[in-house]
Design a protein around this ligand. Structure first.
Ligand SMILES: C[S@@+](CC[C@H](N)C(=O)[O-])C[C@H]1O[C@@H](n2cnc3c(N)ncnc32)[C@H](O)[C@@H]1O
Length: 368
């Protein structure tokens, strides 16, 4: 988690190094009827993840150790309570998270080792104040604030993606979408050099994974309805130096892509797919803290998936590929049925692909 931006960009204001072309259409809804040049784009400044902040707070090791012992006992007091209530984390996972928090908050790797030794007589630099550390760990345990929002990032494939409230934390099962794309481009130059679209990009995870895999041969466009998600995605795109490969556009599903009808090589998406009634029963970290706009797929969770299927036919070029993530078997079956019978004979080789846990997760196929 020590992948550092600081050396490349310093701690300069993020808005200074984000380039406007990355954000086409961010202002579209407010200036679509205006003929003169659009006003300056209103970026939302993403929050800097802990591991990228400078260690500006000097604290006595003894006080840091005291905090650590307090935090550990708070984690231990949870036992299996959260797990019993909503399948949340148990105390052993929380204690592991605590160690990761120490890694992120200290610059010097030796600190976490020293905390377990008797050598508590020195001062160390940390990236937030001790008061803030107490507050963060209380939020983790008492409010069930997700660990990834506390540290401001998530490890996903070989990436460390910045996340914050308002942006979905990318999940491990979604990593497979990039592998599905890798499979289809491996023996198909037209797809490898084509234009890929990640709809509902969130932190930019899929678009960045696909963009890196295309190795500058193809291009990707990442869209989202949420300006905050797009700001965070732009930050992540920039961190991985992909600003010439991944373009960001704001709007609902296919709406910001009208200029690309029939030209797209591939569409990938992990849309909201949780049935509305199930949201209240989700693990507290998810239901209370992750954005509803990223989760809620309507009455049976299929609203957005069906929208994507309906639009894919006119967006994809002949031979183009799609991969959509779903909630599981029922949604997969429903989508396959739609693609094979209701979609006007547009698609072929429509398949259900299981995730690594064996759950039927993805629907893939090609435009005829
Ligand atoms: C399940 S999240 C997936 C985020 C990201 N692709 C990932 O896998 O981590 C769904 C995303 O769709 C976006 N979204 C919701 N409604 C949308 C819409 N009408 N048009 C475009 N994006 C939308 C949400 O803001 C959210 O970022």
């Amino acid at each position: 988690m020590k992948l550092s931006l600081i050396s490349a960009f310093g701690m300069s204001n993020f808005t200074m190094f984000i380039k406007p072309p990355l954000f086409r259409n961010l202002h579209q809804s407010v200036c679509s009827s205006v003929k003169s040049p659009p006003p300056p784009l209103a970026y939302i400044k993403p929050r800097m993840p802990l591991f990228l902040r400078p260690s500006t707070h000097m604290v006595a090791m003894l006080d840091l150790c005291k905090w650590y012992e307090w935090a550990k006992s708070l984690a231990s007091s949870v036992g299996t309570t959260f797990e019993d209530v909503d399948n949340g984390p148990d105390s052993s996972l929380l204690r592991r998270e605590l160690k990761w928090l120490v890694d992120d908050v200290t610059e010097d790797r030796a600190v976490s080792l020293l905390m377990h030794s008797e050598k508590c007589d020195r001062n160390v630099g940390i990236r937030v104040s001790l008061d803030e550390l107490y507050k963060l760990w209380k939020e983790r345990i008492e409010e069930r604030r997700p660990f990834q929002y506390i540290v401001g990032c998530e490890h996903w494939r070989d990436l460390v993606l910045c996340v914050q409230e308002g942006v979905l934390i990318p999940r491990p099962e979604t990593e497979q979408i990039v592998d599905l794309v890798a499979d289809v481009v491996s023996d198909n130059e037209g797809l490898r050099e084509g234009l890929w679209v990640d709809l509902g990009t969130g932190s930019g995870a899929i678009a960045i994974g696909v963009g890196m895999m295309l190795e500058s041969l193809g291009r990707a466009i990442a869209t989202d309805l949420s300006p905050l998600a797009l700001s965070v995605a732009a930050f992540n795109v920039q961190r991985y130096g992909l600003q010439d490969v991944v373009e960001l556009r704001q709007g609902s599903w296919f709406e910001p892509l009208k200029d690309l009808e029939g030209k797209v090589a591939g569409i990938v998406s992990n849309p909201p797919y949780i049935p509305s009634d199930n949201i209240s029963g989700l693990q507290a970290e998810v239901g209370r803290h992750e954005p509803r706009i990223a989760l809620d797929g309507g009455v049976n969770g299929m609203d957005d998936l069906l929208r994507l299927c309906k639009g894919a036919g006119s967006m994809l070029k002949s031979g183009g590929f799609f991969a959509f993530e779903t909630n599981g078997e029922q949604q997969c079956k429903h989508l396959v049925e739609y693609m094979e019978t209701d979609a006007g004979d547009c698609f072929c080789n429509v398949n259900i692909v299981p995730d690594f846990a064996g759950i039927q997760r993805f629907v893939t196929g090609f435009r005829k």
